[in-house]
Write a protein of this length. Structure first.
Length: 153
């Protein structure tokens, strides 16, 4: 959606585009332990995948590694792309579009809440805490479906 507003300096019409804000989320699986989730310090409160906004000029992959480190203390290596989630109602604050990566921790013993994470936890697959923020229940469900497909018993 585009809005036309006058330039505050010259008065000429300027087109302003209202686009989704790009974000990233890291789905960090610690083998034998579970998935890393953070309890948010800020609204909306609840549990979420580590993640956040992509800085201007920053590649999504770098943003994901950065956000994981800031919120969990973990240095991660991205292992794949789980998906892109763009439902306009996924974030109550504004329309966001999240690129969700799977990741492995290179230093799993360094787990510690940081930045805007009040707490950090590791949860067995399918045993999620409540409440989950945003559309992270859907993201985790998609991961479980993929996990079962790749690791049939």
């Amino acid at each position: 959606m585009a809005l036309t507003k006058p330039c505050p300096h010259c008065g000429q019409p300027v087109v302003h585009y209202r686009n989704p804000v790009p974000t990233v989320d890291a789905l960090i699986h610690l083998p034998g332990r579970g998935i890393v989730l953070v309890k948010r310090l800020n609204e909306p409160f609840g549990w979420a995948l580590p993640g956040g906004f992509i800085d201007y000029g920053e590649p999504a992959e770098i943003a994901c590694v950065r956000e994981a480190k800031e919120e969990t203390g973990l240095t991660v290596e991205l292992t794949g792309l789980l998906g892109v989630y763009s439902d306009p109602s996924r974030d109550p604050r504004q329309h966001t579009m999240s690129v969700v990566y799977t990741a492995q921790a290179l230093d799993p013993d360094e787990l510690a809440a940081g930045d805007d994470a009040k707490e950090v936890g590791v949860f067995p697959v399918g045993q999620w805490p409540s409440p989950l923020c945003f559309d992270h229940a859907r993201i985790l469900s998609d991961y479980v479906a993929l996990f079962k497909k790749v690791n049939p018993r």
